[in-house]
Write a new protein. Structure first.
Length: 440
């Protein structure tokens, strides 16, 4: 039986007619990934998200059940940390930045074909990174180098948009551009550390990228978009985003990035250690309190009436909670002798805040740019709460108990299952035409 011929859909003004909608090709096609930047970026991110989650779950299964451990050319912790920070997240960034960024800057956007090479380099590089973890360090190094080149290329393309812009307000775009530079340099540092066989320093560069690159982009976008989304859905809430809040959040991210280097050889020792832990703990508790207050001011309670909006606000709430946990870890460390619950605070940030905001924002963009209603249906809402459960389990697993390994495995499986279902679902959208017949 021959394939049904594809009838091209022409852009139409206003609401598409029934005849136009009937002409839409329902099949998934690779070439449709090139119709818009978010399609390509998000799809590659979903592939890497599923692969990295499945790999980490496999590592935890082998540990809990004492199966014969596979050969590791690199520390699994370093492999996991690097791909979670520099892998799928920048690819998700690309889909948003090259869609919304040109609108912020009032410049002509890049065609998707201009993004194909840098984004493909990143995705391919991180898949090679995961494979190299079980082969030889040089293979993983090659993958990281490819990804580093792709990230730097992506950053250069974004900066070209910024430099072409004559828009008055470029603060958010330039902050993101600076973060992309930090991210590229941090990943370059990871590569250099692996060349020297210093995996401990590679981990320091990964954490630098987390705070100085990933978190900076997140809080910058949150500062610009969460108040806007909230006021759009709930007109009685005014847009309130003074720039001092942005500088405060960026300052907190810079402090945490610097703290990574202060402590890169392990917890501080001697008479300076208690003073440092007290200073860091008080600052983190203070920052956490400000962020929790800001979550309320931005409409956390009111947002609970709108599922998609609530997902954004709850994700931001985790940012405040992560700083509170981090501060508590430092102060408890004054008694314990070393920071306690620090790993729990880190995962409150990564899984709780970054993971929740990723799920919420990507779902929103994917719905809007596929012609679907801007709502979180029962599937998206359920996946979001499974992610919250996984985050809580991961935090509880940081307590030194006999069940820590099992809890860690449960968290990894829930993360992998959630992201797998979410990725397959949205991935089927990116390779199909919009359901409303419009271009894009």
């Amino acid at each position: 039986m021959s394939e049904r011929p594809v009838i091209p859909v022409r852009p139409v003004a206003g609401k598409p007619s029934a005849e136009t909608l009937a002409q839409i090709d329902p099949r998934w096609r690779w070439r449709y990934l090139m119709l818009a930047p978010h399609r390509l970026g998000f799809f590659l991110a979903m592939v890497l998200l599923a692969a990295s989650g499945a790999w980490w779950a496999m590592v935890q299964v082998s540990r809990v059940f004492s199966w014969p451990a596979p050969f590791y050319a690199l520390s699994p912790t370093v492999v996991h940390a690097a791909v979670m920070v520099f892998g799928f997240i920048p690819l998700f960034f690309s889909g948003f930045l090259f869609t919304a960024g040109p609108k912020w800057l009032r410049v002509e956007p890049w065609p998707t074909r201009a993004l194909r090479s840098p984004l493909t380099l990143q995705a391919a590089g991180w898949l090679v990174w995961l494979a190299g973890a079980h082969l030889r360090p040089v293979v993983s190094l090659l993958g990281a180098a490819l990804a580093c080149g792709g990230l730097a290329w992506m950053g250069a393309l974004f900066w070209r948009l910024v430099l072409r812009s004559s828009a008055e307000d470029q603060v958010h775009a330039r902050a993101i551009g600076a973060a992309l530079i930090v991210g590229s340099l941090s990943l370059l540092g990871v590569c250099a550390s692996l060349v020297g066989g210093a995996q401990d320093i590679a981990r320091v560069f990964v954490l630098t990228g987390l705070w100085g690159f990933v978190l900076v982009v997140y809080v910058t976008v949150a500062h610009r978009m969460i108040p806007f989304f909230t006021s759009s859905a709930m007109p009685f809430i005014q847009v309130w985003r003074p720039f001092w809040l942005l500088w405060l959040m960026l300052g907190a991210a810079a402090f945490e990035a610097a703290a990574v280097w202060v402590e890169f050889e392990g917890p501080l020792r001697g008479p300076v250690a208690p003073a440092w832990m007290l200073l860091r703990g008080v600052l983190e508790l203070g920052m956490g309190a400000v962020l929790l207050w800001l979550a309320g001011v931005w409409g956390l309670v009111q947002s609970l009436k709108n599922r998609l909006l609530a997902m954004l606000h709850i994700g931001f709430l985790w940012l405040g909670l992560s700083f509170v946990l981090a501060g508590a870890a430092q102060l408890l460390g004054l008694v314990q002798g070393a920071p306690f619950l620090a790993l729990g605070a880190l995962h409150a940030l990564t899984m709780g805040c970054l993971g929740s905001l990723m799920l919420a924002m990507v779902t929103r963009v994917s719905c809007g740019h596929s012609g679907r209603a801007l709502v979180a249906d029962s599937i998206a809402w359920s996946l979001f709460w499974v992610l919250q459960a996984a985050t809580v389990l991961r935090i509880v697993a940081t307590f030194p108990t006999a069940f820590s390994g099992v809890l860690l495995l449960a968290a990894a499986l829930l993360w992998t299952g959630t992201m797998g279902v979410w990725g397959v679902r949205l991935g089927t959208w990116y390779g199909r035409l919009r359901v409303d017949g419009r271009p894009g």
